[in-house]
Design a protein around this ligand. Structure first.
Ligand SMILES: Cc1cc2nc3c(=O)[nH]c(=O)nc-3n(C[C@H](O)[C@H](O)[C@H](O)COP(=O)(O)OP(=O)(O)OC[C@H]3O[C@@H](n4cnc5c(N)ncnc54)[C@H](O)[C@@H]3O)c2cc1C
Length: 122
């Protein structure tokens, strides 16, 4: 299947860096640390970090990827979140570049260009 309108990123890291820069330009602050707990009464009031800091918060978004389930347990509201392993083959710097993603349903695979490489995802 060819999806001419489908869009993908060749360099996802660059997008994330730009988003972080835009967030900071709008007044956002980026804090780094490992969350080990939450302070809450009738609502969440703060995050607790391994280095002993406590960060006040009005709202919290759980976006810890594969660790989100563990984090939700810390809140006493466990989410049944499981991770699945996928596989891909990456051809480093091939002599071709794909303008579109191609999905092959019967082989359950998808091919696309990523940065300078070509990735086959299964
Ligand atoms: C090798 C590999 C290849 C992949 N290839 C593809 C691909 O080609 N296409 C695709 O669509 N997806 C791919 N994925 C999957 C993709 O990376 C994830 O689906 C995606 O990153 C999930 O985004 P996320 O923001 O939810 O979580 P993540 O990107 O995992 O981010 C979660 C963040 O939370 C942080 N964190 C975790 N616990 C805590 C804590 N207690 N305190 C503070 N921070 C914490 C982590 O350090 C991390 O920075 C791949 C994954 C892997 C591992």
């Amino acid at each position: 299947m060819l999806f001419p309108q489908n869009r993908s990123l060749r360099d996802p890291h660059r997008l994330v860096v730009r988003l972080a820069e835009a967030f900071q330009a709008l007044g956002g602050r980026i804090e780094r640390g490992e969350v080990v707990g939450f302070d809450r009464s009738d609502r969440i009031t703060a995050l607790r970090l391994t280095d002993g800091r406590s960060l006040a918060a009005d709202e919290v978004v759980l976006c810890a990827g594969a660790h989100t389930g563990r984090m939700s347990k810390m809140l006493g509201e466990p989410m049944p979140l499981e991770t699945e392993r996928g596989y891909h083959t990456q051809i480093m710097r091939p002599s071709i570049s794909m303008g579109h993603s191609v999905i092959w349903p019967t082989r359950r695979s998808q091919d696309r260009s990523l940065f300078h490489d070509l990735r086959d995802v299964r």
